[in-house]
Design a protein around this ligand. Structure first.
Ligand code: SF4
Length: 361
């Protein structure tokens, strides 16, 4: 039997089991009428009545105060490779501690993590309480230097991400924030400050597509992405190629041109393969020929680092020097091997070009 997250949380509140983990939201306004609040975390700016939750299903108005019910509530914790997050230019092969909760401020019809992102379908039994200290200690104990906020949309446990990332930094750890970046400007500023590297899941370059298939809209996503790029912190972009929807040359070109003109031709771009899921189980998996075509077009148009994703063996998985074409990092699936052609500072040994690949210490 599925239990709605809001009901689930209420149940625990009544039983007083997790009361102390409710956290007052960082970004919201109290409205003057009937204990209503307005959330400022994402562009929806949900106005939430007493006892109700916002679109994301996990931020709740209790007596005129907005709470993050997800605080310290982890739905998935795992040790993975950094390549899982479509990050290829930061410490290839590094272990990451991946962390996710439930809920999402979008509702993508093809969501690959829908059993977490769509909170009403989440199994409450998978949720465990983890404090910031426990997470940092888990990373340190396993000699992991990177926390990855991922799976469903990490913005929905924003307060916990911010608090844990700040603590983690004091212990020499870094935070990777993998998000659709459908965030408010002030939330973006806070996450840029707290996190250290950024993976943007850019669905398409078309507002109608966002409205139809994600229930969001595109302008905030592009603004956030440009803002992160201006911050100078490491950023990589991933586009999921969805069969029959975004597997078109015209769509590839729009994304390529955005990266080239609004960001920089050196920002890594990943084209990844969709697999049938959630409401779009009728669509076949995106064929690797589409990924390869998109990659070839991006390279032709001047992007320097273009990859394919969700495939095991492909020339588009490897990193090459953007100047002389020498292979620098070899990959098979999510495994990577840094070659002797790449020096410790990220330069190609053959031609000296700096390819902006940060290696593990
Ligand atoms: S984070 Fe959730 S509650 Fe807040 S505005 Fe977005 S969807 Fe609404």
């Amino acid at each position: 039997m599925s239990i709605k997250w809001s009901e689930h949380a209420c149940k625990y509140n009544l039983q007083n089991e997790w009361n102390d983990t409710l956290k007052e939201a960082y970004l919201y306004d109290r409205l003057s009428t009937e204990h209503k609040v307005r959330c400022r975390l994402c562009p929806r700016n949900c106005v939430i009545q007493q006892g109700e939750v916002g679109f994301c299903k996990v931020r709740k108005n209790i007596n005129g105060t907005l709470y993050a019910q997800t605080y310290e509530k982890a739905a998935h914790v795992a040790i993975e490779k950094i390549e899982t997050e479509a990050i290829f230019h930061y410490e290839p092969g590094a272990d990451i501690l991946s962390l996710g909760t439930i809920g999402c401020n979008l509702n993508c019809s093809y969501c690959q993590n829908w059993s977490l992102s769509q909170a009403e379908y989440a199994n409450p039994n998978i949720i465990s309480q983890r404090t910031s200290e426990q997470i940092v200690n888990m990373a340190l104990k396993n000699n992991i230097k990177i926390l990855s906020w991922t799976y469903s949309e990490p913005a929905v446990w924003f307060e916990f991400v911010i608090d844990t990332a700040r603590l983690a930094r004091k212990h020499g750890l870094v935070s990777l924030f993998k998000s659709a970046y459908f965030l408010s400007e002030e939330a973006t500023d806070m996450i840029i400050d707290a996190a250290d590297l950024f993976a943007v899941s850019l669905k398409a370059m078309d507002n109608k597509y966002y409205q139809t298939h994600t229930q969001g809209w595109i302008a905030p996503v592009l603004n956030c992405t440009k803002k992160i790029h201006r911050s100078g912190k490491p950023l990589e972009i991933e586009n999921l190629i969805v069969t029959g929807l975004t597997d078109k040359d015209s769509e590839y070109i729009k994304i390529i041109d955005f990266v080239k003109k609004e960001l920089d031709e050196s920002v890594p771009l990943h084209f990844s393969s969709f697999h049938p899921d959630y409401k779009y189980v009728h669509l076949p998996q995106a064929d690797s020929s589409h990924l390869e075509r998109a990659r070839a077009m991006a390279l032709e148009r001047g992007l320097q680092y273009v990859y394919v994703g969700n495939v095991f063996e492909n020339v588009g998985l490897h990193s090459y020097c953007s100047q002389c074409g020498t292979m620098l990092v070899e990959r098979f699936g999510l495994n990577s091997r840094v070659l002797e052609t790449l020096d410790r500072s990220g330069r190609c040994v053959k031609c000296g070009k700096n390819n902006n690949i940060k290696l593990k210490p």
